[in-house]
Design a binder for this molecule. Structure first.
Ligand code: PMP
Length: 434
């Protein structure tokens, strides 16, 4: 039935999908699976097939589907009316929760997506510094607004679009892209354009060309160098916020990773998990910067749906659940067993696979070199990934249809799900090897 629904979708919806990353173009084409219902770690397609879900809707569904606490909050919000166009007390509660978890946020603003959050941080950084240029890192994806869709990863790189049509050259020229984990390249860029640069934007831990850790000293160096040139530092924590612990990368000192808490960005963009599965974004940072935003300041940013009660209440319920003891330990231990098991299985069958895992998220690049920047990720074998993706899907394991996307664990996954997934991966590697 997915095939029929896809045929119909193609008649009405551009490319049959409402976000290009949902298309199966990068994994050999054809109809994507149309899902009908999700519960916990599973979703079921329109034909009644069950899948273990590691897509987690590209990150937000960290509690699994239809978590009762979130569902109750959404139902209550619907009962009370979904949109008022006035402030509500819930927005205060949620802002306070975020500020407690992310001390660099003196002030926040709620928006409707990660794209909006990032776009707004750039507006504010430009207003504050009275400069125009932005420096970003190759392969980091920051949403689909004009300035950050230059050498972007995630969807655009999957489809082999280095730049999007429709972005004026004059705008692209305001963006400088340098390789991730490469301070020498950043220094060159800043030496040349530092005086015109409003901000350096980074995914502090990358989630968009697989999971990639900043090398020791990279973020510290980035912050020091940006500030030496009078540029702001923007962390895009749309994926990373509340993914690895109850907080962000800037407050993370997890096992096996550097202590990031010594450095704070000037501005932070948030999204995904903080909405509990409903549309949301947020941005915030230092008081004097955020106070440039209307109605206090001259940088205009607004939204009819911004801070809507349903998203806010779902977000509060999600954070309340994530704050319970043991949540992140569980994600970590499930992900560790799964990622290690897949790596072992691939090794056993002589299949080159680089697994990068951070907490409850990991990536699988079919290559025999480490993946520390976008170049490395691009060199991984997309065809092998496509075969693996199909073999796993046939066995009821749902991954994102792109070699660049991560696997995300949810608190709903069980040890039995991991067993089932490892058995499927073993079979997939046998089939690939044959
Ligand atoms: N920033 C990052 C790091 C992202 O991964 C994404 C989405 N994948 C975005 C921004 C854009 O968020 P949205 O899709 O909600 O607009």
């Amino acid at each position: 039935m997915s095939a029929q629904l896809y045929e119909e979708a193609l008649q009405h919806i551009v490319g049959g999908v409402n976000s290009p990353s949902r298309s199966f173009k990068a994994v050999g084409g054809g109809a994507p699976v149309f899902m009908k219902r999700g519960q916990g770690a599973y979703f079921w397609d329109v034909d009644g097939n069950r899948y273990i879900d590691y897509l987690a809707a590209y990150g937000p569904i960290i509690l699994g589907h239809a978590h009762p606490h979130v569902t109750e909050a959404i139902c209550q919000a619907a009962t009370d009316g979904t949109l008022y166009g006035t402030p509500t007390e819930h927005e205060n509660t949620f802002a306070r929760l975020l500020k407690e978890a992310i001390p660099s946020l003196d002030k926040v603003r709620f928006v409707n997506s990660g794209t909006e959050a990032v776009m707004s941080t750039i507006r504010v950084a430009r207003a504050y510094t009275e400069r125009n240029k932005i420096i970003k890192f190759a392969g980091c994806y920051h949403g689909h607004s004009d300035l950050v869709l230059v050498a972007a990863g995630s969807g655009p790189s999957t489809l082999g679009i280095p730049d999007s049509a429709g972005i004026p050259v004059s705008i692209a020229q305001e963006v400088i892209t340098v390789p991730y984990n490469d301070l020498a390249a950043l220094e060159l860029a800043l030496n040349r354009w530092g005086g015109e640069t409003a901000a350096v934007m980074v995914e502090p831990i990358v989630g968009n060309f697989g999971m990639v850790m900043p090398e020791p000293g990279f973020l510290e160096g980035l912050c020091r160098m940006a500030r030496a040139h009078g540029a702001l530092v923007i962390y895009d924590e749309v994926i990373t916020a509340f993914r690895f612990h109850y907080g962000t990368v800037q407050t993370y000192a997890g096992a096996g990773c550097p202590d990031f808490s010594a450095i704070e960005p000037d501005l932070t963009a948030l999204g995904k998990i903080i909405g509990g599965g409903l549309p949301i974004g947020a941005y915030g940072g230092r008081r004097e910067i955020m106070e440039r935003v209307a109605p206090l300041g001259p940088a205009y940013q607004a939204g009819t749906m911004a801070g809507n009660p349903a998203s806010i209440r779902a977000g509060i319920a999600c954070l309340e659940t994530l704050r319970q003891p043991g949540v992140y330990d569980k994600l970590e231990s499930l992900a560790a067993r799964l990622a290690d098991g897949i790596a072992d299985s691939a090794r056993k069958h002589g299949i080159p696979l680089t697994v990068n895992r951070i907490g409850g998220a990991f990536s699988t690049h079919f290559c025999d070199h480490p993946v520390r920047n976008y170049d490395d990720a691009q060199k991984s074998d997309g065809e092998l990934f496509a075969r693996f993706f199909r073999l796993m899907l046939d066995r009821g394991i749902c991954l994102a249809p792109s070699k660049y996307e991560a696997w995300f664990l949810t608190i709903a996954h069980t040890e039995a799900d991991i067993d089932e997934t490892l058995a499927a991966a073993e079979q997939a590697f046998v089939a690939i090897q044959a």
